[in-house]
Design a protein around this ligand. Sequence first.
Ligand code: PRX
Length: 647
Amino acid sequence: MEPVKDAIAKRAHVGTIGQYRALYAQSVEDPAGFWAKQAKRLDWFVDPLVVREEEEAEGTVDFSWFGGGKLNAAWNCVDRHVAERGDKTAIIWAKDEVGEYEHISYRRLKQEVCRVANVLRAHGVRKGDRVCIYLPMIPELAFTMLACARIGAIHSIVFAGFSAESLKDRIEDAGAKVLVTANEGLRGGKTIPLKATSDKAVDAVGDLVETMIVVRRTETEVPMKAGRDVWLHEEAARQRLSCPAEWMDAEDPLYILYTSGSTGKPKGVLHTTGGYLTYAAFTHELVFDVHEDDIYACVADIGWVTGHSYIIYGPLANGATTVMFESTPLYPDASRYWRLVDDLGVTIFYTAPTAIRAIERLGDEWVTKTSRKSLRILGTVGEPINPGVWQWYHDVVGNGKCAIVDTWWQTETGGIMISPLPGATPCKPGSATLPLPGIQPVLVDDEGNEVEGNDVRGNLCIKGSWPGQARTIWGDHARFVDVYFTRFPGYYLTGDACRRDEDGYYWITGRIDDVLNVSGHRLGTAEVESALVAHQAVAEAAVVGMPHDVKGTGIHAYCICTPAWEEKDRAEVIDVLKKQVREVIGAIATPDRLMVVPGLPKTRSGKIMRRILRKIAAAEYDDLGDITTLADPSVVEKIVDDHKAGK
Ligand code: PRX
């Protein structure tokens, strides 16, 4: 057990475990009172009349928070801070170019947001319309999301590493009539052709997208389609510096964010305004123990939920200084993060275990040659952190002086759910520790019974609602109910397996479904399989996760080739198929290992035995279990031999 550090506890909002326990008890005894108080951290145009309502009827569920309340998220993240801290830096943009930073004050942020809001309005965007954003980590991304919030448009941000096809699917599903993109992105010294990808995606959705607004990130010229494409800087220069903020209902949608599930295409998780923002602000302050003078850096990409909640909405709602990091942890070398920390005096730093592992393996000196003396709190998110890596983060990066917060949550939860509080919770490396106030995790056995007590395992579920909870899947409420509330009625199903140890600490042990956490990014095996079978070379494909030193989980694909491709050069086929996945989904989904196999292990009823494929992928050949019931056991021997031979 790693004790809480006195220096951190002394100035913390919650400074003892007793205080945490009291707060937690209060939050579950009187949730309405507790959350009503939390909602007061926001500025409401009209105060809420009710705190929460939960409705359940045959086959459906419905939660709502802060009913009757009216507010605007951009107002809360920007305007209200201008009077109090107008000159304070809201965003520090850490450019891809080493050592180049741009500081944007709250006052300037307001003007930029208003200008972009006016540009969107001028192009016909109204309350409730969807705007798709496909931008790299540049300030215009923050301006655009807040501009949407300001006028009541729903943003749908697509990670700039996704392919044209993934972008197209998301534009289409959301029905976005405006796309905001950039001529190019810049990352790790390399350019990313965002406009070209956007053109492909937009051309493929017919005339759905009426306007493409393009940010100029680099000097590269790109073709602009007359009547459709406009430059943001030209449009913004013509607009006023002010723009009225829409009065939004607490339950009006704020954004859609697509995430992978175990089946089908990615689903558009929908977050609403009042509850989400309350929860993002509350958790950001509590978990990162944020104070007025902190310099806070979450180095995730805004294309994922971590960036939504903990680069933009949480920090800005709290009036903090937040960093937007455009580059990568290894560019130009493995000191990049710590150089960022020293250059800016970062006090709170939040990243993913995969990035820590990538840096750790290159040797301590990349870290130790930097000072890092400003750091106080170090966070991780996205996947379980190996205890050894936790210790390294603590000892080497944090010099043994920082609190580590291993934060467990999901796109659907809107914000952190299980995490230590830096000034209060003794840590066990590898455990996300204890639930935040207001959150009731339960472990449920496969029959749907709550597993009581400690030193137990089960399916991690959440009892009751919390303000940041996703309200629906865009356009498919039935799927929302089906995925999260049907297997164990009365609970929200997270999809994670979990252990609660003898001290009541939570340990996430992996997914219970076919979702992979690859470098902390969530991918469905079904998505990768469907990208593979879309190629003429593939007759059938099965995809599983495999242990990977840096990524945590890597992607292992097994493909049966069509007759015409069977005789081709193996290495060439593998290359073609990896490229296929990159083109259909994006580079993050590229299989780490792809095998061409003569068949797949199937039961006599034709079901693929993924358990066996997972074991082979992990090189656990002696632990395949009973294979005699398979339709053709010899397939397994052949795959094992080829796997051992590195084919
Ligand atoms: O499996 C859990 C894992 O990431 C999943 C959620 O992925 P996503 O919606 O993309 O959100 C990631 C960022 C919030 C979870 O179901 N996960 C996330 N954080 C942790 C984690 N697993 C273990 N420990 C964590 N701290």
